[in-house]
Design a protein around this ligand. Sequence first.
Ligand SMILES: Cc1ncc(C[n+]2csc(CCOP(=O)(O)OP(=O)(O)O)c2C)c(N)n1
Ligand SMILES: [Mg+2]
Length: 713
Amino acid sequence: MKAVLNGRDGPASQSSGYDDAGLDRTSLLAVHRAMLLSRRLDDKEIQLKSQNYIFFQISGAGHEGVLVAASLTLKPGYDWFYPYYRDRALCLQLGMTPLDMLLAGVGSKDDPASAGRQMPSHWGNPSLNIVSGSSPTGTQVLQAVGAAEASLIYRRVTQIPDRESRFHDDELTYVSLGDGATSEGEFWEALNTTCTKRLPVLFLVEDNGYAISVPVEVQTPGGDISRLVRSFPGLHVDSIDGTDFFASLRAMRDATAYVRAGHGPAFVHARVVRPYSHSLSDDEKLYKPPAEREAEAKRDPIARFATFLKENGLATDEDLAAMLADIDREINEAATRALAAKRPAKNTAELWVYSPTVDPTSSAFETPAQPEGKPDTMVAAINHTLRDEMARDPRIIVFGEDVADVSRKSSQGQVTGKGGVFKLTHGLQKLYGDDRVFNSSLAEAAIVGRAIGMATRKLKPVVEIQFFDYIWPAMMQIRDEMSMLRYRSGNTFSCPMVIRVPIGGYLRGGGPYHSQSGESIFAHCPGIRIAYPSTAQDAAGLLRTAIRCDDPVLFLEHKHLYRQTYNKGEYPGKDYMIPFGKASLRRDGDHVLVITWGALVQRSLLAAQQAEKDHISAAVLDLRTIVPYDWETIAAQVKRTNRVVVAHEDQLMCGFGAEIAARIGGELFEHLDAPVRRVGALNTPVAYCPDLEEAILPQSSDVLRAIRETARY
Ligand SMILES: Cc1ncc(C[n+]2csc(CCOP(=O)(O)OP(=O)(O)O)c2C)c(N)n1
Ligand SMILES: [Mg+2]
C-alpha cells in the first residue's frame, strides 16, 4: 500500500530506473556507502554535540538520496557550488572529508572552510569550487547567478588575460535551497535573472516538507514549488521523489545535460524527508503527528536503497554491516584527530576582516596627480575614472538600474543613450560593450548578490544602486555576505567590489525617499570600506583606490555635489589614487576644529569664513573616508585646537559623528577645552517642502553657531 503524506510520495519501488542507470555493482555499493557515510557523520556530530565537544549541529539526514545522485553528475573544481546546509552528502562526494567537517564542528583553526569562524555545515572549499556558505536562507541563490554570469563573461570578454583558466565551456553553477527558502524574494530575483539571461544555473530545491515547523503548504501556494516555476521561459523543470535514488539520478542527469548543452537553467524539485528534526534545537514531535513521522521513516533513502541492494542480490546484510563498520572506523579516526586539533588563538580574532595583503591605506595607494583639462564636475571626474579603469582592467563589470546607454540592440546607434539617472556611466556601454556594461533588473539584492558571485570568481564588479534610499533590499547581501565572505571563510574566499551609491539631500524637493543619508549604518558592518568624497578630484582618486583595492567598498557620491561649481577640479590623471583613511585639511585654523565630510564640507567652510568676522579661526577637516577614518590626523588637530565640532548631514542620533565624538572624549579628554559639539539633521525623515527640508538638514548657520559656542565655551 502506498503511504500518503499530504499527497507526497510514498516508497515506490527503488528499482525503477535501475536498468537505465548504467551503474555496476561497485558503483551502486559506492552510492550506498556515500549516503551512509553522510548519515553516520551526522550521528557522530550529534553524539559530540551532546558531549559538548562541538557547538552546533544540523543534519543532512533524509536528503542523501538526491544529493549523492547529484554528485554523480557534477564536477568538483570545474562546476561552481553554492550548497545548502543540508548538503553534507554532496560535499563529501565532491571531495570534502569527514575530518574537514569535524574540524569545522570543533571550531578548529585547521577547519579548511572557515578556520573556526563559521558554523559547521556551512560548506566551503576553494579547490573544489564550493563557495563558503552563510546562514541566511536564500542569499546564496543570487550569488550563484553571479557566478554563472562570470562564466559567460569569461567566455566573451576576450581581453581578460588569464580568462581561459577561469572557466570551462560546459560548466554550470549548482545552487540548492530548502522549500522554505523558496519564499525568499532573493530566490525569485534569481529566477528572473537566470531565465532572462539563460544562465547555466542548476537549482535544486530539497523539499523536506517543512521549514523548521512550518509546513510547505503554508509556505508555498498549492504546496508545490515546481508547479509555480514552470512558466519561467527556458527553465527546464523536473519534480521527483528525492528519496528515490534512481529517479533522482535520472532527473539530475537530464537537468545537468540541459544546462551543459547551453540551453539555459534547470530546476529540480526533490521531495525528501527530514528524520532528525530541523536541528538539535528543534523537536519535531511538537508539530508532526506520529503517523506522519512513521510514514516519513518508510521513505528514508538509505533504508530504501539497502532494500534495493538486497532484493537485487547486490549485497547481503553481512556486506552492509561490514560497510557500516568500515564507515564508523573512518569517522572515529577523523573524530579523534578533530578533537585533538588546535583552536584558533584568541589574538587572531581580528584577522581577515579585510585583505591581509593589500592595504588601501598604504603609500602604494598614494600617487601624484597629473592634472589635465579644464576644471570639471564630480560627475565628469567619476565617469572619466570609470572609463580609464575599465580600459586598464577588462575584469571590471558595470551594471545596475539604467546604467547602460541603450539595452536594445535595435536601438543602438539611433540614440545618444542614458548612462545612469545621473549620467555617471554615460558612454561606458558604447566604449566597452554589452558584456561589460549592462542594465540589471530592478532588484537591489540581485545587483549586490550577483556582484558578490562575480567577485568571488575574480571579476571586479563596480555596480550602482540608483539611490541610497533604495539600498535596503540589498542590506542582507551587504551586511551578511559582502562584508563577511572573507572573514567567515578564513580568507579562502573574498569579494572585492565597489558599490557606487548616490546619497544625500539638499535637493529642494527630494523628499523622504531621495534625500537619505545613513553612512553610520554601514560603518557598523565590519569588512566594508566606505569612501565619501566632497570634491571632483577626491572622487577620482578615491574611486580608483576603491577599484584597485582588495576589499568591498561602498562608494558614496553626494547627489547635490555632483554638479556644483565649488568642488570642480581638473581630472587628476589615469593613475591618481588617494589612500583610504587620509583626511584632507581643507582650511587651517587655530581655535576650533570642524570635522566633517560630504555635503557638510562646503557648509563648514562657509561657516568658518563667517566665524572669522568674530575673530574665531576655524579649521575644517574633510575625512574623505568613513571606514577607515583618519584618527591620527583628528588626534593631531584636536591636540592643536583643543576645541571640536563634528558636522554631518545624517541624523544626529547614531550618526557617525557620535563615534568620533565618543572617541575624542575617551582618548583626548585632557586636550579638550570644551565639550565636543555635534551638528546633524533632525531625527526626522527629510520632508519634501523646501522650508521643511531646510529646517531638517543642517545648514551653514548651524555649523557657525556650533563653532561660536565651542569657541566661547
Ligand atoms: C533569512 C533567514 N531567515 C530565517 C532564518 C532561520 N532559519 C534557519 S533554517 C530555517 C528554515 C529553512 O527551511 P527550508 O528552507 O525548508 O530548509 P530545511 O531546513 O527544511 O532544509 C529558518 C527559518 C535564516 N537562517 N535566514
Ligand atoms: Mg524544508
